[in-house]
Design a binder for this molecule. Sequence first.
Ligand code: IDP
Length: 139
Amino acid sequence: MPTNRTFTMIKPDAAQDGNSGSIIKMIEEAGFRIVALKRTQLTVERAGEFYAVHSERPFYNDLCQYMSSGPIVPMILEKENAVADFRILIGATNPANADEGTIRKLFAKSIEANAIHGSDSDENAEIEGGFFFAHTEQF
Ligand code: IDP
């Protein structure tokens, strides 16, 4: 995957509340091109695999339960400087600290149910995109 791509997923709280369309509109209006998109649901085991880096953190089990509690909308996105620009668009992990106008400020419920994921590096964007999409599903 080239370095102008990032990976995101709309999390169960936002997908369940019917906010997927509004969030996708914000993403496209911010200049990101959708390379791959689907609606799916993680098992608790698959959620644990995705968040394995956090397995020693006290919130890990709750996070895996939450992330498997309903449908999610994973996407691969393309834009110059995609990883950094997308982190700005989504805002801080805790919506209480997120800037006005960011996706998390607008749609997140809590530090855990924070509406959306965004990769934190080019390397993780490639790994996370590959977790959900085959190369033949990326256009
Ligand atoms: P990020 O998603 O903003 O990169 P990370 O620190 O990588 O934040 O955490 C991954 C996810 O774990 C967060 O998006 C959030 O859903 C959850 N999380 C992070 N910190 C906490 C916490 O202190 N309590 C509960 N859940 C948390």
